[in-house]
Design a binder for this molecule. Structure first.
Ligand SMILES: N[C@@H](CCC(=O)N[C@@H](CS)C(=O)NCC(=O)O)C(=O)O
Length: 340
């Protein structure tokens, strides 16, 4: 896949160790979230989110922006992966705040730090005033963007302080057992590594299936950041992970509660528009990690707009920043009634 060493692009990887895929720690993380969130609220156009339609970690950040109606400019990298992500289909793209016409995402990292060493990943939040990357870690970006006050719509949070510990613990379990475990299954080069990862995937899906039998969203009737992190993996499961990453024991559609839950999330404001099945599948099957067999698998014959039937489990609610819970319309996320 390649990476940067001392600001130079090298075709080296260092991610498979003894047959097991190891995801590198993201190198650039924002620490002072409050002042940054205030800067984004005051002037969102100063920042730009660099993302990829194929990437689940980008997808969770795009979902946060969409659900909270943040006016953060977003640029989707696309094109053949030569030296990692192409910024503009192989053509040049001007990095905001600079006069630099760039072709590759790794050049953005070098603008941030000319001697950068590490993996070159999306998502990335670029600050065009300070000419630096604010963060390249999706979980850190979610914490940051959740603090931003939207310009319109209700000011809600997907990470209420009162549930912080439970949210972190659920996210941790879901990350290890599902979000990252599908990658550990797909990139394993030793049977034992694959066997262990794929077992974790299906144990986690089984656990979620039981949990979601009685709970409309992960935390009852209220949408949280846990839902937003599950969706990008679920929406890719049958079309990509079951086939490309050999996670084929069961499909999402074989789990009645999980499949209906995923469709329920898909029906929320701005979620469907965040999914481009065609680009997602093409970019995943044609990624350079799959260069032995660069064939795009046929898409599963499923209907994501089929009625989900989950209204019986309760209304849709959000946590207002003020601490109250507000019932909202799933299609608009605007209030249906006065706060309770
Ligand atoms: N921990 C990072 C992981 C991001 C990540 O691995 N992104 C993938 C795309 S899905 C990537 O850019 N991979 C390129 C590489 O590793 O070279 C996050 O959550 O933001």
């Amino acid at each position: 896949m390649g990476m940067l060493i001392d600001g130079q692009w090298v075709e080296e990887d260092r991610i498979i160790i003894d047959g097991t895929f190891h995801r590198a720690q993201s190198a650039i993380v924002a620490n002072e979230l409050e002042p940054l969130a205030a800067a984004i609220s005051a002037n969102p156009k100063r920042f730009i989110l660099l993302a990829s339609r194929s990437c689940p970690w980008s997808h969770r950040v795009v979902l946060m922006c969409g659900l909270k109606q943040l006016c953060l400019p977003t640029h989707f990298a696309f094109g053949e992966r030569v030296q990692g992500y192409a910024l503009n289909g192989g053509g040049v793209w001007r990095l905001p705040g600079t006069d630099k016409p760039l072709r590759h995402l790794h050049q953005v990292y070098v603008c941030h730090d000319p001697s950068y060493t590490g993996r070159v990943t999306v998502p990335v939040l670029w600050d065009s005033a300070e000419h630096c990357i604010v963060s390249n870690e999706s979980a850190n970006l979610l914490s940051l963007l959740d603090k931003v006050h939207p310009n319109r719509g209700p000011d809600f949070t997907l990470r209420p302080p009162s549930l912080h510990a439970q949210i972190e613990s659920a996210n941790d379990e879901n990350y290890h057992g599902l979000n990252n475990a599908v990658y550990r299954a797909g990139f394993a080069t030793k049977q034992e590594a694959y066997d262990a990862a794929v077992m974790e995937v299906f144990n986690t899906l089984d656990r979620l299936e039981r949990h979601l039998a009685t709970s409309r969203y992960y935390f009852g009737t209220v949408i949280s950041d846990v839902d937003l992190r599950l969706f990008p993996t679920l929406v890719r499961f049958d079309a990509i992970y079951a086939i490309l990453f050999k996670c084929a024991f069961r499909r999402l559609v074989d789990y009645p509660n999980l499949w209906a839950y995923a469709r329920d999330l898909y029906a929320l404001k701005s979620v469907a528009s965040s999914v481009d099945f065609e680009q997602m599948r093409h970019a995943s099957y044609l990624a350079d990690s799959n260069d032995l067999n660069p064939i795009v698998a046929i898409a599963p014959d499923v209907d994501w707009t089929e009625p989900h039937g989950r209204n019986a489990l309760g209304v849709t609610q959000v946590w207002l920043r003020s601490g109250q819970v507000q019932t909202v319309s799933p299609a608009t996320l605007h209030p249906l009634e006065e706060p309770i």
